[in-house]
Design a protein. Structure first.
Lengths: 196, 171
């Protein structure tokens, strides 16, 4: 089974896999999930600042991909389509829990995060430094507007191209570029103030 | 060469690589000599590194380990047809409410017109003189009085001795 998933995952591109999913192929679906699992977790984490929530929300987004597979147009690209679903899920989650303010999320997730980081890293200095940096970025992100924050997370922290972001957010590439320029400037200024 | 010019360029740049390439010779010289500008640039570089390092965050092993099992469990739950109970909220039929209210208002208006007529104020029947009509009568009377002569009966002085005299004659 695993070999089958591996084979289908290496042979087919996203859109071909989605066509197979539309026909009810669960192997193709699993191959898609494996392909985007870590990216999805990371993106959800950038919004939610908590790995457990990121896992739940990214799973919900993958469930939606399966259930709404018929609404996917194979002429479009899968990546922006899927990550738009994920971003919407993450934002809905934040709204639902009334945790739009990033600082409150940060305070809530701090204990969990430190415990997880302790598992990941062996030296204490590394934990402190790593966590301090994330803390600074989250604080700076909280100072940005929603649209600037989205663009910055997707481009700088998730590695999406401007064209993909424009497809995801439903705006022009020019708008993405201008938002990105402003957000980067603001972010750099905020972080450099913290680094003083 | 002043620091503000360098700072402005630093603020406006999209990437530090571009910034360094676009510097003029005298700006480069200033940057090499000025500790303040060097510090600013170092902080900006640090900020860029922190942001780009966010890309390298890896999900913890315990989170990605049982990911598929959890996902398929959710999928199974979502596929079950009786999973969700649809709660149908009673919807207010505003169109009906509006029409009904308009109808009631129309009936009230028609009844009011039929019962009281269009005139406002007192509802005392017209055969009884109202305060307005009394004034009218008084005015009319005054007018008529001024046009006709007034006959005043002059006071008559009676001589009582005449009565006494006639009484005596009768006796």
């Amino acid at each position: 089974m695993d070999e089958q998933i591996h084979d289908i995952g290496t042979e087919l591109n996203d859109e071909q896999l989605m066509i197979a999913v539309q026909k009810g192929d669960k192997t193709a679906y699993e191959a898609l999930v494996l392909r985007y699992r870590d990216d999805a977790l990371r993106l959800a984490y950038h919004y939610l600042h908590n790995w457990e929530d990121a896992r739940d929300i990214s799973q919900d987004a993958f469930v939606k991909v399966y259930l709404k597979a018929d609404s996917f147009d194979p002429a479009q690209r899968f990546r922006p389509w899927f990550f738009r679903i994920l971003v919407n899920h993450s934002l809905n989650f934040l709204n639902r829990k009334k945790k739009v303010k990033f600082l409150s999320i940060f305070q809530r997730s701090r204990e969990n995060e430190e415990a997880i980081l302790l598992d990941q890293l062996s030296d204490d200095e590394g934990i402190g430094h790593e966590f301090q940096n994330r803390q600074m970025v989250w604080k700076a992100l909280a100072a940005l507007s929603g649209s600037h924050r989205d663009v910055l997370i997707l481009h700088e922290m998730q590695g999406f191209k401007e064209q993909e972001i424009s497809e995801m957010l439903g705006c022009s590439v020019g708008t993405v570029k201008s938002r990105l320029h402003y957000a980067k400037k603001r972010m750099r200024r905020l972080l450099s103030e913290e680094l003083k | 060469m002043n620091c503000a010019k360098i700072q402005k360029k630093l603020d406006e740049t999209n990437s530090l690589k571009d910034f360094e390439q676009e510097l003029a010779v005298e700006e480069k010289n200033h940057l090499n000599e000025c500790a303040h500008c060097q510090d600013s640039m170092a902080r900006y570089r640090g900020a860029d590194n922190i942001v780009s390092n966010m890309q390298k965050i890896e999900p913890p092993v315990n989170i990605s380990q049982n990911y598929m099992a959890g996902l398929f469990q959710k999928l199974e739950n979502d596929e079950r047809p009786d999973k969700t109970v649809k709660i149908v909220k009673p919807r207010v039929q505003w169109a009906f409410v509006r029409t009904a209210l308009a109808g009631v208002a129309g009936v009230l208006i028609i009844f009011g017109v039929w019962r009281f007529g269009f005139h406002s104020g007192s509802t005392i029947p017209s055969e009884y003189p109202t305060s307005d009509s009394l004034e009218y009568y008084v005015e009319s009377f005054n007018e008529v009085s001024s046009l006709n002569p007034v006959y005043v009966v002059k006071e008559i002085e009676y001589d009582l001795s005449d009565y006494e005299r006639s009484d005596a004659e009768d006796q």
